[in-house]
Design a protein around this ligand. Sequence first.
Ligand code: PRX
Length: 651
Amino acid sequence: MSSLENLSYEERTFAPSPEFAAQANAQASIYADAEKDRLGFWEKQAAYLHWDKKWDTVLEWNSPYAKWFVGAKLNASYNALDRHVLEGRGERVAFYFEGEPGDSRAITYAQMLTDVKKAANALLELGVKSGDRVAIYMPMIPEAAVAMLACARIGALHSVIFGGFSADSLITRIEDADATLVITSDGGFRKGAPFALKPIVDEALAAKKTNVKNVLVVKRTGQETAFDPEIDIWWHEILERQSDIHEAEFFDSEHPLFILYTSGTTGKPKGIFHTTGGYLTQASYTHRVVFDLKPETDVYWCTADVGWITGHSYVVYGPLINGATQVMYEGTPDTPTKGRIFELVEKYKVSILYTAPTLIRTWMKWGDEFPQGSDLSSLRLLGSVGEPINPEAWMWYREVIGGNRCPIVDTWWQTETGAIMISPLPGVTATKPGSAMGALPGIVAKVVDDEAKVVGKGGGGYLVLTQPWPSMLRGIWGSDERYRETYWSRFDGKYFAGDGAKLDEDGAIWLLGRVDDVMLVSGHNISTTEVESSLVSHPNVAEAAVVGAKDDTTGQGIVAFVILRGGIPSVGGEELIKELKAHVAKGIGAIARPKQILVVNELPKTRSGKIMRRLLRDVAENRAVGDSTTLADPNVMKLIQTGLATGKSED
Ligand code: PRX
């Protein structure tokens, strides 16, 4: 849990300015509208989309299975692109793309549509059919969005795998979804240098027999890359010979749109899958009201990679459906300077910026001179997502980035929820630094105690969602039992989010972080089990326990406790620890690399053999160790603490 656990009452509130409120997309009455007739409210939001056929029933709810806009038909890519072109918005810029080396492109809606049509035709040529799964493993370049929309256009499900994941993580996801095509690139640019992706795809596919027939490769960096003419196809070559005519087919509202993997409490990632009509309705509705988007005048920038749900809902689907003009940036925020993001805000006159607390805290650490070096006066709204934002970071964001004039929307949601669930509405909600405030109109969120009883103001417990929502996950790919077990069994009939939460005296919601074994590192979910399994796959490791310990920049940092085969080495310990860190980075991806590895002789276990991570977290966070009376061997914690004096390693 985060430092907010001990939060005292937050006195500071920031009411919307009259100027902002006067022009806001959302009015206070929207809450009452939704409360009076929740399903009617969602129908009104759905009416913003283009439907080829209207629904017969808004919602069919057989807990825990939902169907939204039953009987309706629509196409995601038609809503994101064709519609704008047909209605005269084809020349509007969809993306201002900025590559890390400084190359840039302005891509209009009309160009996006032409590319997506050609890509859709290319997929058809390769035999991809509606319902097939396509793995996308790309850097943050416009072709990633084109690939996603091309899949959606022909009814194939995309499964985007973040470009920082390893060959092992990639193959697990390709296998689980049984993908038949992989779309990748030769590489991308990061921290001033090209990195390679295609060789990782080759390594993944060499490791296991799969049903992947082809690998489509976008040329981004021009690096030399092995090419098997039987399997590999250059994206530009196949697109070049495609027709730019492709009529979008309209699919059922409940037609699956995509799978996106997220870490669960066990080692195996969960393939969260989403369907079309409800997902698009909520992604576009929330994007319109939470970000107050004015498509003709705003320049919107969400810094998330398309490899995460934020990139799906708030780079690809929500903003494109709403006709937004966006900035897309390939690289890291410190290349070539720590002011890069701010320079781009100035260059493109960004008005809406949506980013993560980990980056905000990094900026704070780097110093105010970087944001102050650019003109940020175009900004009018700021958003935060991914983990609790601490009040100090919130205040800094408001003052230094937002010039004390921009409302901040702290948005709580998950891969599973598909779209924002809890957030202030700009122009309506008076905000408190660090609080996501309340459920959006149309959403019902509660905080319950251990016995599933709803807590009152001032109470704390677990966040649950008590009514189905349009963009909710429809399941875990290939594992219905895990779906019921993970989300619906803890509190019968209620969706268990896995987050701790507290209501303050005014009823505002404060999210407190995960209550399960999922860590939030720079806002990314990583399971403790996944890292533990990776560690024990190293020949020198006998046993491992992993915890997320508080980290001032990344929210949580990964701290691992390992028992080595053959005991603690008297020499070469540091080398081995470096090797273990690299082993995890290679096995899962650099985001899972432990910040610290501590070599111990014992791990604290209960009599039933469950590792007591709570006690290890106390050690990792340098606190007095809490109640250890349920340990099988109560002396273990003393042994660990004494032993640590010799085995500590941090870099
Ligand atoms: O713990 C919550 C945290 O991120 C988790 C969901 O992670 P993921 O599925 O990767 O999606 C991240 C982007 C939506 C949640 O269970 N989280 C996300 N946003 C917030 C947050 N915690 C507190 N405040 C937030 N605004």
